[in-house]
Design a protein around this ligand. Structure first.
Ligand SMILES: [Zn+2]
Length: 420
């Protein structure tokens, strides 16, 4: 018995960026078993999901967020850069948040992500071992890291070790898997950063960290004797595609080339950067030279958890940064939000495109939504006019998580699962 999405327009985001009209997508278990002509794949006993009025695309991959802080939305708008003290990104009153509050906040974020068509997140906060069960219960795909720092005291590896132990590092074996998550270059000593690199090699985990997010951070690492963020990363052995660096907005020309030469992966978070630093990176300089994905970052600095908006902003600001309206075309931008993000997280062999053999992490957009009409160019509509309200259905690992614009499960159950 299969689930078959019938008569869909399919944005494959495959190597040729093919758009297929009137196709059936047959899903067996978690995987796409076949893609064929409309009406050809559903047999007796199969469950059909009519997509004749739908556009099917891969689920969005959000490469950088802090989902457990969802309820901080609206608490930090229009602040000076100094509002965020060196190495500390928190909102007033955050210290009163309890573990139960964080779990409820995280469930709310997962509900919002799924409704927005986001099927994978790279998520990081402190004490992730206590929070990741909520993400797992939501059915989302995620790589999770427990934030480590040693600026205010010795690094506590306990949560990281428990998260690694529980979820492992193999995305093919577990929908939620673990990474190593040093906080940033100014909140981690050189010794701790090097220890993260050593443990990453030992465990096979990727390393996720914030890099060059503020001038204060760069000044801090210069005081330690590094020329800049790139030199600091190289000194610690944190380079290459298994290192995933968020932001990277205070890099000079030679550092941009150095990042690309090293092949270090970048999470581009334009909304967050523009909101709290009034600048962002020159996206067109990086594409095709090093892996880049998109991230929403957190609700205090974005405040939207909307990858449609992030993709559009990245394209428009990227064109402005390049002073060239021809760069960052719609195909590239859809790839950035899907398959390229999957590559950043090391899961592009599993998700990020609609292809036979891949996991069925899929979004069905409503082509009857006003913002999706006319459908002259479906990719153009997704990049420049669609929004979360266009999202009709969402599947992760072949499981329907959103149907007809509504969550299938009650997020309160995820909170309970997470506190068990
Ligand atoms: Zn962040």
């Amino acid at each position: 018995m299969a689930l078959v999405l019938t008569h869909a327009t399919v944005l494959t985001v495959d190597g040729a960026d093919r758009v297929l009209d009137d196709r059936d997508i047959q899903i067996e278990g978690a995987r796409i078993a076949a893609i064929g002509p409309g009406g050809s794949l559903a047999g007796p006993g199969d469950t059909r999901l009519d997509c004749a009025r739908g556009v099917v695309m891969p689920g969005f991959v959000n490469t950088h967020t802090h989902a457990a802080t969802a309820l901080f939305r609206g608490l930090a708008d229009d602040k000076p850069r100094e509002f965020w003290p060196e190495g500390s990104y928190s909102v007033p009153g955050q210290e009163r948040f309890t573990a139960a509050d964080y779990r409820a906040s995280l469930a709310a974020a997962c509900a919002e992500f799924l409704g927005n068509g986001v099927t994978t997140i790279a998520d990081r906060v402190a004490k992730m071992d206590l929070l990741a069960p909520v993400i797992a219960a939501s059915g989302m795909r995620a790589v999770v890291g427990s934030t480590i720092a040693d600026v205010a005291g010795p690094a506590d590896w306990g949560s990281t070790e428990r998260t690694l132990e529980r979820y492992g590092v193999d995305p093919a074996a577990s929908r939620v898997f673990a990474g190593i998550a040093p906080h940033a270059l100014d909140t981690c000593s050189d010794a701790l950063l090097a220890e993260c690199a050593r443990r990453a090699v030992q465990t096979g985990a990727k390393v996720f960290l914030h890099v060059a997010q503020s001038e204060a951070e760069v000044a801090s690492i210069r005081r330690r004797g590094h020329a800049g963020a790139l030199a600091c990363l190289r000194c610690a052995g944190l380079t290459g595609p298994d290192v995933v660096a968020a932001h990277c907005i205070y890099l000079d020309e030679s550092e941009i080339d150095g990042f690309c030469a090293d092949g270090t992966a970048i999470c581009h978070c334009p909304a967050s950067n523009l909101k709290i630093e009034a600048r962002t990176l020159p996206l067109a300089r990086y594409l095709g030279r090093t892996p880049v994905g998109l991230g929403t970052d957190w609700t205090a600095s974005n405040n939207s958890m909307d990858m449609f908006w992030e993709m559009r902003l990245a394209a428009l600001v990227g064109k402005m940064k390049a002073d060239d309206p021809e760069v960052l075309d719609t195909r590239q931008m859809l790839r950035l939000a899907t398959i390229d993000g999957a590559r950043v997280l090391g899961i592009d062999h599993l998700v990020g495109s609609v292809e036979t053999g891949k996991r069925a992490d899929l979004v069905v957009l409503d082509r009857d939504a006003l913002e999706m009409m006319p459908l002259h160019d479906a990719i153009s509509n997704v990049v420049y006019s669609a929004s979360p309200r266009s999202v009709r259905d969402v599947l992760v690992d072949g499981e329907v998580r959103v149907r007809a614009h509504r969550l299938v499960q009650d997020p309160r159950n995820w909170v309970e699962a997470g506190s068990a």
